[in-house]
Design a protein. Structure first.
Length: 258
């Protein structure tokens, strides 16, 4: 899993051993400046950076003792608060100007709204035809929630205004991460089953998932948009983080190649 702060100057990565890594982003490199272990009771599924009322935090959705949970952590890895669910939490995103996170569940195929400063959890939709919902991306400008169906290889689009869901794109394998670029109105999709990152122009009347980074990744499981329109990807298959240009070209990776 991977996310960045909203300026794209820092990225945060949770590895397969449930360690949280912090990186500074420069023009041509990543520099790691922090690493902490998350509690072993938590099995993370998706992560979102947040900042509200002067406090920065990371929201991690997953399971704990067999139940769904969202946990808020400080950037140093200290647990701040948690929200418990009856269903399995599989995806999360948090908008820059909001105070609510959007959470998906994989066993009930619901989308929830979570007040990050309170205890309130509100079910706002159920995607009736979904098989197994996963990662989430939120378009704050258009009030659209994008959520991947990891079992059917589809991405759904849900409008908070109209309360209508529809299939945005199909033909994927097992999309495990979503990231929305609000400036270019593009949705990025990491699909380790197809060993690549795909991009969708959400303004199109007939949206299509096109290859964004072909033949350069092994198993992308996390992704975020960072500074200078670059995209950072956690490539678990290569035990590395790669940074791609706006055109999908590999720019550099961490750790650096020999």
């Amino acid at each position: 899993m991977l996310d960045s702060n909203w300026t794209g100057s820092e990225i945060f990565v949770v590895d397969a051993a449930e360690n949280l890594h912090r990186f500074l982003v420069s023009q041509n490199s990543l520099t790691q400046y922090g690493k902490v272990s998350l509690p072993r009771e938590l099995t993370p599924a998706d992560m979102a950076y947040g900042s509200s009322e002067g406090q920065e935090f990371l929201l991690i959705a997953g399971t704990e003792s067999g139940h769904g949970v969202v946990v808020s952590y400080s950037l140093e890895g200290k647990p701040l608060r948690s929200w418990k669910f009856r269903n399995i939490c599989s995806g999360i995103d948090f908008p820059p100007k909001g105070r609510s996170a959007y959470v998906a569940t994989s066993d009930s195929n619901e989308i929830y709204r979570v007040d990050v400063h309170g205890a309130k959890i509100t079910s706002i939709a159920r995607i009736e035809n979904a098989t197994k919902l996963g990662p989430v991306a939120f378009d704050e400008g258009s009030q659209q929630v994008y959520v991947a169906d990891v079992a059917s290889g589809q991405v759904y689009q849900y409008s908070l205004a109209s309360k209508i869901s529809k299939v945005l794109v199909t033909g994927l394998s097992a999309p495990t991460a979503l990231a929305f670029d609000p400036d270019a109105r593009r949705l990025f999709i990491a699909d380790p089953g197809r060993r690549g990152v795909f991009m969708v122009d959400t303004r199109s009347s007939k949206p299509v998932a096109v290859e964004f980074a072909p033949n350069s990744l092994k198993a992308p499981y996390g992704m975020t948009v960072i500074s200078n329109d670059h995209v950072a990807v956690a490539d678990y298959g290569a035990n590395s983080v790669v940074v791609l240009s706006v055109n999908g070209t590999l720019l550099f990776r961490y750790p650096p190649s020999d």
